[in-house]
Design a protein around this ligand. Sequence first.
Ligand SMILES: [Zn+2]
Length: 111
Amino acid sequence: MHELSIAEELLEIIETRARDAGIHRVERITLKIGEYSGIMPEALEFAFLVLSRGRCTEGAEIEMQAVAPEYLCKKCGLTQPAPQEGCSGCGSFDLTLKRGNELSIVSFEGE
Ligand SMILES: [Zn+2]
């Protein structure tokens, strides 16, 4: 399961940052997940729950914010949602995904 290794990586980052910040128990984690990241939020949340047992993130509430994909036209600079047939401004197919494939930790709280 793809999400299991991602959750483990995120947990390790959170554990390290929590330790540095003197947090012993993480109560709330906010993540940002791009809709094009290929990650299933439910699977990630489940993996988090399983991996959190006995760790500082056990029992933490996880909030996931979905990030809609957004493309940038390299020709005219227009930012737009997933285009169907080229750029909606100039028709160019030279588009690059600007956001929507990310996975990041927005914040976490605890004591
Ligand atoms: Zn364009």
